[in-house]
Design a protein around this ligand. Structure first.
Ligand code: HEM
Length: 265
């Protein structure tokens, strides 16, 4: 059988092979950069993705834009963090009424970094709810709900309801005494809502009583249905932000149109 060529040849074990391990020289680095650029060019020629990215990212922003305008992006990053940590939790979680509690206990106490990831997911949900309210307050006080951004406000309201529904459905999953009874009360309160209330409760419980299938239903809603709708809604929300631009702060608007100022009346 022919002997395969080696880069090490007969050099003693543990010494460096100059041909493969030497640091890249300037021409080699240029070549690497060119390869990267041509790969992006190749992709772009076929998808025109860069035009979309430029349209989304490089926009003119109004004078007076300040730190309060980062609250929407902060909410989005909280959602992304929830999605990533949620995937790792789902690797160990078992949505069965008899095994759920034990799977969470195992994840928390035995799995490497399990408690940390669970903590991030748990506290992250609170952070996301706080951020979404702060972002909503910013858009409200800056009058960003007015023409032509009413639809984006409505999408925002849907996002708020979905985010609260995520917290509600996630709360049952550890399946301990507190989460079980809190959810029992929560679903009963839902049932008192007008018209759809009782149907919504039956849907959440997967029947008239809390049963073995309730947990699986909450899990499916929590990790598939709601995140899917939230991701799509965030996409629509950001599309409208890029299309309409953001609203200038009210004091800047008043400056640029003197007829809006109180003292001009
Ligand atoms: C998952 C939840 C949400 C995410 C990820 C999100 C994300 C964003 C981002 C990144 C922006 C642009 C930057 C900024 O103004 O902060 C924005 C703008 C906006 N958001 Fe949200 N948002 C969410 C929920 C909401 C809610 C609950 C409302 C109101 C009920 C809302 C209403 C608006 C409006 C009206 C704008 C336009 C702001 C302007 O023109 O100045 N959003 N959102």
């Amino acid at each position: 059988m022919a002997k395969l060529p080696t880069t090490s040849g007969t050099r003693p074990r543990g010494t460096r092979a100059e041909t493969t391990e030497a640091p890249a020289t300037a021409p080699q680095r240029n070549k690497l950069q060119e390869t990267g650029v041509s790969t992006i060019d190749w992709l772009d020629e076929r998808t025109s993705l860069s035009a979309g990215a430029r349209w989304m990212m490089f926009r003119k922003i109004p004078k007076g834009t300040n730190w309060f305008y980062t609250l929407g992006s902060a909410t989005m990053f909280a959602f992304l963090s929830q999605a990533v940590t949620g995937v790792f939790l789902a690797m160990y979680y078992d949505p069965s009424a008899t095994r759920a509690y034990e799977s969470v206990r195992f994840l928390t106490n035995e799995v490497f970094l399990g408690e940390f990831v669970r903590g991030m997911h748990k506290w992250g949900s609170t952070v996301m709810v706080i951020l979404i309210f702060l972002h909503m307050a910013r858009t409200f006080f800056f009058g960003a709900y007015k023409y032509p951004r009413e639809l984006n406000w409505v999408i925002g309201v849907v996002l708020l309801i979905l985010t609260l529904a995520m917290s509600f459905t996630g709360y049952l999953l550890p399946f301990d005494q507190r989460s079980y009874w809190a959810t029992t009360v929560g679903v009963a309160i839902n049932g008192t809502g007008p018209l759809v209330g009782p149907y919504l409760s039956d849907f959440l419980r997967a029947g008239p009583e809390f049963g073995a299938t309730t947990l699986a239903r909450f899990y499916a809603i929590h990790m598939l249905l709601l995140p899917g709708i939230i991701a799509a809604m965030i996409g629509a929300h950001l599309y409208l932000v890029a299309r309409l631009g953001t609203t200038a702060p009210p004091w800047i608007r008043a400056e640029s149109s003197p007829e809006l100022r109180e003292d001009s009346k």
